[in-house]
Design a protein around this ligand. Structure first.
Ligand SMILES: Nc1ncnc2c1ncn2[C@@H]1O[C@H](COP(=O)(O)OP(=O)(O)O)[C@@H](O)[C@H]1O
Ligand SMILES: [Mg+2]
Length: 241
C-alpha cells in the first residue's frame, strides 16, 4: 500500500483558452492532513476541481489509491469515497438542514436510516446542525452554513475529505470548532486535503504543506519546517505565519 492516498503528477489544466495549471505535482499522504497554500490566483481551487473531474486535466495524471482517476466522471470519483466541499459550499438554501444532510447520505432515504451514532457525533462537532435541523439552510449564518457544508461531507465515512478554504469568514469560536472537527476526523483515519489562506489555522492543523504559485507546486514539505522558517514563508507566501 502506497504511503500516498492521492498523487498528482505533471497535471496541466486549461480553462477555455487559459492555461491555468502548469504541471502540478502533489502527494497527499494517507491518514494525514495536507494544507494547500498559496497566494490568491495561484491555482489551488483549480487543482481541487481538477482532482474532482470538474475541470479536465489536459496532461498528466491523478492517481487515487493506485487507480487512475484522471478521466473519470465526477460522480464516479466521488463514489471512490472522496468528499469535496467547494468554496461556495454547495448547500441547498431552500431545503432544511435535515434535507441537506439526507441528500448527502448515499445509504439513507429517510432520517431514521442515517447512522444515529455518527449523526450524534456530527451534532457534537457542529451544534448548529442539530439546532437548526428543521430550518431552511438559507437562514443559517455564513459560519453555520460552512459547518453544514462540512457536516454533509462527513455524513458517511470517507477516505479523503477535500475542503476549499474552510475557515474563510468564520468567527474565531467557529474556527476552533472547525479545527476540532478536522482533528477528530484525522483520528478516525480520514485523510484531509485543505486549501487555506489563514496561516494560523494551517499551522495548528497541518502535517504537510504544498505551496502553489503560478499554477505549479513550488514547495512541498512538513508544516513544521515551514512554520519554523520565516524566510521560507516570506519567499513563498509573501508574509509570515
Ligand atoms: N472559470 C475561470 N475562467 C478563467 N480563468 C479562471 C477561472 N477560474 C480560475 N481562473 C484563473 O485561474 C487562476 C487560478 O485560479 P484559482 O484556482 O481559483 O486560484 P486560487 O484558488 O489559488 O485563488 C487565476 O488566475 C484565475 O483568474
Ligand atoms: Mg480558491
Amino acid at each position: 500500500m502506497s504511503a500516498n492516498l492521492l498523487t498528482l503528477s505533471g497535471v496541466h489544466t486549461h480553462i477555455g483558452a487559459y492555461h491555468i495549471l502548469h504541471g502540478v505535482d502533489l502527494a497527499v499522504p494517507r491518514g494525514q492532513l495536507t494544507m494547500l497554500l498559496g497566494r490568491n490566483g495561484a491555482g489551488k481551487t483549480t487543482t481541487l476541481r481538477t482532482i474532482m473531474g470538474l475541470w479536465r486535466a489536459s496532461k498528466g495524471k491523478v492517481d487515487f489509491e493506485g487507480r487512475d482517476i484522471t478521466a473519470m466522471e465526477t460522480p464516479l470519483i466521488a463514489r471512490h469515497d472522496i468528499a469535496y466541499v467547494p468554496e461556495n459550499m454547495g448547500i441547498f438554501a431552500d431545503l432544511t438542514v435535515k434535507e441537506n444532510m439526507l441528500l448527502a447520505a448515499r445509504s439513507a432515504k429517510r432520517a431514521q436510516q442515517m447512522d444515529a451514532q455518527r449523526l450524534q457525533w456530527i451534532f457534537s462537532l457542529f451544534p448548529a446542525v442539530e439546532k437548526f435541523w428543521n430550518h431552511p439552510a438559507g437562514k443559517l449564518s455564513g459560519g453555520q452554513k460552512q459547518m453544514l457544508a462540512v457536516a454533509r461531507a462527513i455524513v458517511e465515512p470517507r477516505k479523503l475529505l477535500i475542503v476549499d478554504e474552510p475557515s474563510k469568514g468564520l468567527a474565531p469560536a467557529i474556527i476552533n470548532n472547525m479545527i476540532d472537527a478536522f482533528a477528530q476526523l484525522k483520528r478516525t483515519g480520514t485523510t484531509l486535503l485543505l486549501v487555506e489562506q489563514n496561516l494560523s489555522f494551517a499551522k495548528r492543523l497541518g502535517d504537510h504543506v504544498a505551496v502553489m504559485d503560478n499554477g505549479c507546486v513550488v514547495h512541498a514539505g512538513s508544516m513544521q519546517e515551514l512554520s519554523d522558517n520565516e524566510d521560507l514563508q516570506h519567499r513563498l507566501l509573501g508574509l509570515a505565519i
